[in-house]
Design a protein around this ligand. Structure first.
Ligand SMILES: [Zn+2]
Length: 379
């Protein structure tokens, strides 16, 4: 298995050390992309650059709007349908693709998740006039969607109703009951997937026309959470060369949007704060509903650590493979600081994975964990 590095150090000595260790492919973001260009790292490594997709602007009309019609900030992003945001994104794509990189990784190609903002209602977005118009033009009933998402927001403020649904959703028939009680909720999630799929499809067509030799890849939420933020693996994968599930099973730095441990913990905290049900009950129910196997104990308060098992991580990679239709396409990104890094890499090798990416924002050999060279030596 090849291990690619996210944001490696770019000074000459470190680059030589990485080459000696056997690193062949890197993915960079922000300033590290600029440093990689300055130091001509594309001569040394296969180089992909990451691009943040729906970057917010200073303009009010580009902000995402929540179900209460209030503007919300999420993951430094605005409304995915904002024409200005999309225009700026394409301009940035042109700038990056003018460099001799192999391709780009999309980041944040989605709608908001619970942990993408400190505002609990950012997940319940976007209900701006552009998005509602877009729902209608795709054949959705924007009024029904708005009404049912509002009902869910109100329901979360009732301890009795929240408790009832948290228990009911243990079973598939509970999900069916929820869908029948609030049909607009499923339409809302389907709309999000339609919107993001079409964005990526248009982008893939543009890439083929303007940069036919460069690759389009995307960092995606892991499959058990992806549909909630508008990412349908089966629909996105035909347009992507690489799909990269973000498998951070126990990410410790906060905030950690997209990491399953923090997304679920934040979801539980928001439900607890709205409903006043005990946090421990909310998180236990959510873990049972969403189904991930955990490593260690369930935290009893919002600050407690939560970790998913290694088995959960491999299950999610297998799910991504099944949904994407090809294992060659799946290059998961895992947290370099995972204390069980060797074990997780061994498990990924065991399921026949060809490539994976080690993630860290703290560039440097030391931050990629103990025995970095040994990891490479194992291949
Ligand atoms: Zn919008």
């Amino acid at each position: 298995m090849q291990i690619w590095l996210f944001n490696p150090p770019t000074d000459r000595l470190s680059v030589q050390a990485l080459q000696t260790a056997g690193v062949s492919t890197i993915v960079t973001s922000g300033k590290t992309t600029d440093m990689a260009h300055e130091n001509a790292l594309y001569d040394v490594f296969d180089h992909y650059a990451m691009i943040h997709v729906f970057t917010s602007t200073a303009q009010t009309e580009d902000q995402a709007i929540d179900i209460h019609q209030q503007p919300v900030q999420w993951f430094n992003s605005g409304c995915p349908n904002s024409p200005t945001i999309r225009r700026r994104f394409y301009a940035e794509m042109e700038r990056l693709l003018a460099q001799p990189i192999r391709g780009v990784f999309l980041d944040g190609v989605r709608f908001s998740s619970p942990d993408s903002s400190t505002n609990p209602t950012s997940f319940l977005s976007c209900f701006c006039s552009q998005c509602k118009q877009d729902m209608t033009s795709r054949g959705y009933d924007a009024l029904s969607i708005t009404k049912d998402v509002q009902s869910i927001a109100e329901m979360l403020c009732s301890p009795e109703l929240t408790k009832r649904w948290l228990k009911a959703l243990y079973s598939p028939s509970g999900w069916m009951s929820l869908q029948m009680a609030y049909p607009g909720l499923a339409d809302w999630l389907n709309y999000r997937v339609d919107c993001i799929t079409e964005f990526v499809q248009e982008l893939a067509i543009w890439m083929k026309a303007r940069h036919p030799h460069k690759e389009l890849a995307a960092f995606l939420f892991q499959p058990c959470l992806a549909y909630f933020v508008g990412q349908g693996y089966n629909r996105l994968s035909p347009h992507l060369k690489i799909v990269s599930p973000m498998i951070y099973r126990n990410y410790q730095h906060r905030p950690g949007p997209a990491t399953i441990n923090q997304e679920i913990a934040t979801m539980a905290r928001f439900v607890h704060e709205a409903s006043r049900l005990p946090f421990s009950e909310c998180i236990e129910d959510l873990l049972r509903i969403l189904g991930p196997k955990i490593d260690g104990d369930v935290p009893q308060d919002p600050q407690g650590p939560l970790a998913m098992s290694i088995e959960h991580a491999t299950d999610e990679v297998l799910a991504a493979t099944a949904l994407a239709g090809s294992q060659d396409k799946v290059v998961p990104i895992i947290w370099a600081g995972d204390p069980k890094l060797r074990q997780i890499l061994a498990e990924l090798r065991g399921i026949g994975l060809k490539n994976c990416i080690l993630f860290t924002y703290e560039a440097g050999l030391a931050s990629h964990g103990e025995g970095f060279h040994e990891l490479y030596a194992q291949g």
